[in-house]
Ligand binder design. Structure first.
Ligand SMILES: Nc1ncnc2c1ncn2[C@@H]1O[C@H](COP(=O)(O)OP(=O)(O)OP(=O)(O)O)[C@@H](O)[C@H]1O
Ligand SMILES: [Mg+2]
Length: 390
């Protein structure tokens, strides 16, 4: 067993509670000599006061029989208010059955009086070893969970990117093949131009995918530079609405924009805010069936404003709502992707919401999701009207 050295023991704090001063003295002497930091209290009440004031106590060594507040009460209070603190009971042989009761109530160990220095030291060392191992265990578990998350993200990244890149690559390959074929001489100019356009679009699409991926990594590394200016929110939303006009018409989705806060302007990076709102509105379109409705509303709530983007689309299950802001996370498997950008269930890399969240965070704002499966989703963005230091 990898036991602690004396200089490492000084990181651990012991509190000894006993109404007999001589016992406190022995414990303090033995445990300090072993390297621990030791505090003492002559009653249960005083002991709890110390626990309240010193958050780093690891072990409480308490006598069982004390006036006013006995060791059982101390144990109960410690386990209720400081569950991470271990308790060792000190008791005379006559009360050994009480010690057993105390073990049942959560004490880590008990030692019998009359105490020997060796006995105290061994019991405390054993208990500290238990605490150390359980902390190490916890750290290992957290590291393992983190590793699993990274692995999961890596798998998603591979699945989504390969799926999204396969379509443009196969277009380039196929149409390049046609153009390189001997039959190209039999094609008229329009057909050749059409092939070239398809190749060009595919290359452009791949370029856009790469840019978004790099953006997300840059944003995640806190390297977002903001250029603040007055941004008229309704005007920006109106612009986005007109950019999606054709897609909305094609899918007969009504996008309603509440103009009641006309003129509401905030200090923000205009382009970034536009990217963020575009991603949210694009999602609302993508995950709403043809003929659905999207409602966009802003609300003034000094010194903040809220933007609500509400759709009556497919909704997001409760268990998935915490994950959608993670990069490369998509609720639906990538095999379900439809081609296009704004068709129902259209594909994507699963980074739109990551981008949106990073932009909101950089503006000292917040983004929240409220959603019900099969009913719809509301994305709520809260942004400060002014930036600090202005
Ligand atoms: N309004 C919405 N309704 C239902 N599901 C949504 C909505 N917005 C986001 N989601 C879910 O959250 C996932 C993550 O959204 P995000 O915008 O990050 O990725 P994406 O739209 O799939 O791809 P990208 O935005 O990179 O093109 C989506 O794949 C979808 O499953
Ligand atoms: Mg998206």
């Amino acid at each position: 067993m990898n036991t602690l050295k004396n200089n490492e023991k000084s990181e651990y704090s012991i509190l000894v509670i006993d109404d007999e001063e001589s016992i406190l003295k022995i414990c303090k002497y033995v445990l300090e000599k072993a390297g621990y930091e030791v505090r003492t209290a002559t009653s249960g009440f005083l002991g709890l006061e110390i626990l309240q004031a010193v958050p780093k106590i690891d072990i409480v060594l308490t006598d069982l029989k004390m006036p006013n507040m006995n060791g059982h009460k101390v144990l109960q209070a410690v386990k209720r208010d400081w569950p991470h603190v271990e308790v060792i009971i000190m008791t005379g042989f006559a009360t050994i059955e009480h010690a057993i009761d105390a073990m049942k109530a959560g004490a880590a160990d008990f030692i019998l009086k009359p105490l020997s220095g060796e006995q105290i030291r061994i019991a405390v060392d054993k208990c500290i070893e238990k605490i150390r191992l359980s902390r190490e265990n916890k750290e290992l578990r957290l590291a393992y969970e983190k590793l699993q998350e990274v692995k999961e993200m890596e798998e998603k990244f591979l699945a989504i990117t390969s799926h999204e890149l396969r379509t443009p690559v196969s277009h380039i390959k196929g149409y390049f093949g046609i153009l390189s074929d001997d039959f190209v001489d039999q094609m008229d100019d329009t057909e050749v131009t059409e092939c070239k356009n398809i190749i060009n679009n595919a290359i452009q699409h791949m370029e856009e995918l790469l840019t978004s991926m790099f953006d997300v990594i840059r944003f995640k590394q806190n390297r977002m530079q903001l250029r603040f200016e007055e941004v008229d929110l309704i005007k920006t939303l109106r612009q986005i609405q007109s950019e999606f006009r054709l897609d909305l018409e094609k899918r007969q989705i009504k996008l309603e924009l509440d103009n009641s806060t006309n003129g509401l302007s905030i200090a923000a990076d205009r382009l970034k805010v536009k990217v963020m709102l575009t991603e949210l509105i694009k999602n609302a379109i993508k995950f709403t069936k043809d003929g659905g409705e999207i409602n966009v509303k802003t609300e003034l709530d000094e010194p903040f404003c809220h933007i609500f983007i509400k759709d009556n689309g497919i909704g997001i299950a409760d268990s998935k709502q915490g994950k959608i802001f993670e990069p490369f996370y998509e609720v639906q498997p990538s095999d379900y992707h439809h081609t296009g950008d704004t068709t129902f269930m259209a594909g994507g890399l699963g980074i739109g919401l990551t981008q949106a969240k990073e932009i909101v965070k950089a503006h000292q704002g917040e983004i929240k999701v409220e959603s019900q499966l099969g009913v719809g989703t509301v994305m709520i963005v809260t942004l400060p009207l002014k930036q600090e230091g202005e």
